[in-house]
Design a protein around this ligand. Structure first.
Ligand code: F6R
Length: 645
C-alpha cells in the first residue's frame, strides 16, 4: 500500500521517479508527488488523482535535479487531496519525506511538535516525520557537527520515536547528495546501478534499471550517496550487507500488447502452472508396484522417494496432527481449496482463518500444528501479524506446541520470506493487475503439491492414485489453453449483456465453493457489480429471496459427487426466473438443457476442476469491467499489497 521511489545519481531524477511510480501505481493511486533537490532547494510537486495528473504538472517544469523521492498514495489518514499527498515537508521546507505505512503515535508527536511552534498543513500521520527530522538536524550543516552523517543521525533519532509499521525515503536541501531510506515492517528495497542508486517499495520499479538489489530488514536504515550504500540498524551500528540478483526481467512488467495487465496475466496461466508443476513434481518418481506398496504400508516405513519435492524439512511434518492456514482475500479462497485437498487427500485436519480475524480471536492452541501463511505479495499486514502472533504465543511452550511456520508466496524476497524459515514459492512471475489471477491458480497448484506430498508421507493414497492425480495436473496447462482459446471471444460477447447488471450470484459446492467466492470477488473488484458467492445448497436458506429475472446466477457444475446437487440448485434458481450461466464441461447435453449460457471447460475429474472453473470466471469479470470502461488494472479503492491493518 502506497508506493515509494527514490533516486540518486547522474541522471535527471524526475523521469526516473515518475516511471518508477508508474510501476508501483498498483499500490495506491489516489494522489502522488515527487520532491527533488536542486540548487540547494527542495522542489515538491503533488497532484490529486492518478499519476498522469502529476506527470502533466511535472512536464510543465524544467528540473534537472539528480536526487529525489516520489510517492503514490493509498489514503489512510486524511482524504485523497493534494494537501495530504506526499512528500511532506518541515516548516522551513528543508526536509522532504515519503512514507508507506502508519505512524501509530502521530497524534502525540503532533501535539508535542505544535507546542514547540510547528505548524501542520495536512491531516496525515506522515507530516510529523519531516518536522521531527528537522529538529534533530544541526542548525547549520557544518563539518564540525557531532556526527559525520548528520542527516542519517537525525533520521535515526526520529525513527526511534515512531511507533507503527513504516518505510520512509528522505531528502534534505542541506545534504544534496544523500538519500536516506528506512524500513520498519513495510517493504523497502535498494537498487544498485553504476554510480547511481534507487529505492522502491517493490522491485517492479527497479527492474528497468538494475538487477542487483538489497531488501532492507525491519529496523534498518540506509544512506545512499553517489559513492555507495551504507546500511545501519536503528541503534546506529553499521551493518555489512550484500546485494542479490533479481530474477525478474523488464518484460514481465510490461503489457506486451495486451490491453490490460489483468488480461495478460490471465493468459500467462498455462505457462506459470507448467513452471510450478515442473518445479515441484519429482519427474524421477515412479509409483510402486502393488506388492511393493503393500510391503511399504505394512512396515510403516516412510516411502523411499517422494512424488513431490517442495523442499520442506522433515521437522515441519514430524508427528503432524493439524494444519492451520492464515490468509486474506483471494489467498483465503485458495486456502479453502487447500483445506479440501489436505483433508480429502492427506486426511489432515485443516482450519482456514482470515488473518485479520485470527489476530484478535485466535483458535485455541493445538499440538503438533503447522501454521501456513498464504500471501501472494508476502506483505499483507494482517497475515504477517497473525503469523507473528502465532510464533510468539507458541515460543517457550512444550515441544509439541512449538511453532512450525510455513509461507506460500509469490515473492520469497518479501517480508514473509524474511519472517518464516520455510517458504514455498508460487513461481507466477510479477503480477501487476490489482486483481489476483495467475497467483491464485499457482497457489492452488502449490496446495495440490502439498496435499500430495503429505498423502505420500502418510500413505493415505496409493501410489497409483498419486500418479493419476499427477497425470491430471500435468494436463492442466493445455486444458487452460483450450479454455482461453475457445472461451475468450464468447465470454467477451456475453459480457456485453451484463454491463448494466447490478447483482450477480455465484454458486458452487464442495471443492468449487471457494471458486464461487473467487468468481464473485473478481467481479466485484474490477466491475464494481455487487456479487455474492454461496455454497449452492445454502441458497434456499435465505439468498434465494434475492433472485428474479434481473439477477444472473453463475453455477459451477463440474461432474463429481455434487454435480447433480448443483444442477438441482440451479433449477431452483431458474424457477425464480434467474438467468442461469453454467461453468460446465464441454459438450454436456444435460448442462446445455439446464443453463441459458455456458462457460464450457474441458472435462476433468472433480478434484482438479477448480483450476479450470476459475478461468472463465476471471475472463467474465475482466470483460464486463473492460466493457464498462473501468480501470481494470487499478480498481477504485484497492491496492495490490495491503500493508496496513
Ligand atoms: C483479490 C486480491 C486481494 C488479495 C488480498 C491478499 O484479487 O488481490 O483480495 O488476495 O489482499 O493479498 P496477498 O495474497 O498479497 O496477501
Amino acid at each position: 500500500m502506497c508506493g515509494i521511489v527514490g533516486y540518486i545519481g547522474p541522471q535527471a531524477a524526475t523521469e526516473i521517479l515518475i516511471s518508477g511510480l508508474e510501476k508501483l501505481e498498483y499500490r495506491g493511486y489516489d494522489s502522488a508527488g515527487v520532491a527533488t533537490v536542486w540548487e540547494g532547494k527542495i522542489h515538491c510537486v503533488r497532484a490529486k488523482g492518478k499519476l498522469h495528473n502529476l506527470r502533466e504538472k511535472l512536464d510543465a517544469i524544467e528540473n534537472p535535479a539528480q536526487i529525489g523521492i516520489g510517492h503514490t498514495r493509498w489514503a489512510t489518514h486524511g482524504k485523497p487531496e493534494e494537501y495530504n499527498a506526499h512528500p511532506h515537508m518541515d516548516s522551513a521546507r528543508r526536509v522532504a519525506v515519503v512514507q508507506n505505512g502508519i505512524v501509530e503515535n502521530y497524534r502525540e508527536l503532533r501535539e508535542e511538535l505544535k507546542q514547540r511552534g510547528h505548524e501542520f498543513l495536512s491531516e496525515t500521520d506522515t507530516e510529523v516525520i519531516p518536522h521531527l527530522i528537522a529538529e534533530y538536524l544541526p542548525n547549520s550543516p557544518t563539518p564540525d557537527c557531532q556526527h559525520d552523517t548528520p542527516l542519517l543521525e537525525a533520521v535515526r533519532q526520529t525513527v526511534n520515536r515512531l511507533k507503527g509499521a513504516f518505510a520512509l525515503a528522505v531528502v534534505c536541501a542541506d545534504y544534496t547528495d544523500e538519500l536516506i531510506v528506512v524500513r520498519q515492517q513495510a517493504p523497502l528495497t535498494i537498487g544498485f546501478g553504476q554510480g547511481e542508486f534507487f529505492c522502491a517499495s517493490d522491485t517492479p520499479a527497479l527492474v528497468p534499471h538494475t538487477s542487483a538489489v538489497l531488501s532492507l530488514e525491519n529496523g534498518e536504515l540506509s544512506r545512499l550517496t553517489p559513492l555507495g550504500v551504507e546500511v545501519y540498524n536503528f541503534e546506529g551500528s553499521r551493518l555489512k550487507k550484500m546485494p542479490r540478483a533479481l530474477s525478474f526481467t523488464p518484460g514481465q512488467v510490461e503489457k506486451q500488447g495486451f490491453r490490460h495487465f489483468m488480461l495478460k496475466e490471465i493468459y500467462e496461466q498455462p505457462g506459470v502452472v507448467r513452471t510450478c508443476l515442473d518445479t515441484y513434481i519429482n519427474s524421477n518418481w515412479h509409483p510402486l508396484a502393488g506388492e511393493e506398496e503393500q510391503e511399504v504400508a505394512s512396515s510403516q516405513k516412510p516411502i523411499h522417494q517422494s512424488p513431490i519435492q517442495l523442499g520442506i524439512p522433515d521437522s515441519l511434518y514430524e508427528n503432524l496432527e493439524h494444519i492451520q492456514i492464515l490468509a486474506c482475500g483471494t489467498s483465503w479462497h485458495a486456502s479453502l481449496v487447500g483445506k479440501y485437498l489436505l483433508e480429502q487427500l492427506a486426511g489432515m485436519p485443516t482450519m482456514v482463518q482470515y488473518a485479520s480475524e485470527f489476530r484478535y480471536a485466535p483458535a485455541p492452541l493445538t499440538k503438533n500444528t503447522l501454521t501456513i501463511g498464504v500471501t501472494q505479495s508476502g506483505e499483507t499486514a494482517d497475515t504477517l501479524a497473525a503469523l507473528d502472533m502465532e510464533q510468539r504465543r507458541r515460543e517457550g511452550l512444550e515441544p509439541e506446541y512449538q511453532p512450525r511456520l510455513l509461507g506460500i508466496t509469490n515473492r520469497p524476497e518479501s517480508t514473509l520470506g524474511q519472517m518464516v524459515s520455510q517458504v514455498i514459492e508460487t513461481h507466477a512471475g510479477i503480477e501487476v493487475g490489482v486483481a489476483a489471477t495467475k497467483t491464485f491458480v499457482t497457489q492452488l497448484i502449490v496446495f495440490y503439491c502439498l496435499a500430495l506430498e503429505l498423502a505420500a508421507r502418510r500413505q493415505t493414497l496409493t501410489s497409483s492414485r498419486i500418479q493419476e492425480i499427477i497425470a491430471g495436473l500435468r494436463q492442466l496447462p493445455t486444458e487452460i489453453e483450450q479454455v482461453l482459446e475457445k472461451q475468450d471471444l464468447h465470454i467477451e460477447e456475453l459480457a456485453h449483456e451484463f454491463t448494466e447488471t447490478q447483482d450477480f450470484i455465484f454458486l458452487g459446492r464442495g471443492i468449487n465453493f471457494p471458486i464461487a467466492l473467487e468468481g464473485a470477488l473478481k467481479l466485484k473488484e474490477v466491475s464494481y457489480i455487487h456479487a455474492e458467492g454461496y455454497p449452492a445448497g445454502e441458497m434456499k436458506h435465505g439468498p434465494i429471496a434475492l433472485l428474479d429475472a434481473k439477477v444472473p446466477v453463475v453455477a459451477i457444475a463440474m461432474p463429481g459427487c455434487v454435480y447433480e446437487k448443483v444442477l438441482s440448485n440451479a433449477q431452483e434458481a431458474k424457477a425464480r426466473d434467474a438467468r442461469l450461466i453454467g461453468v460446465t464441461p464441454m459438450n454436456n447435453q444435460e448442462a446445455a438443457e439446464t443453463f441459458d449460457d455456458l462457460l464450457a471447460v474441458p472435462t476433468v475429474e472433480e478434484l482438479l476442476s477448480p483450476i479450470l472453473a476459475v478461468i472463465p470466471l476471471q475472463i467474465l469479470a475482466y470483460h464486463i469491467a473492460a466493457r464498462r470502461g473501468l480501470d481494470v488494472d487499478q480498481p477504485r479503492n484497492l491496492a495490490k499489497s495491503v500493508t496496513v491493518e
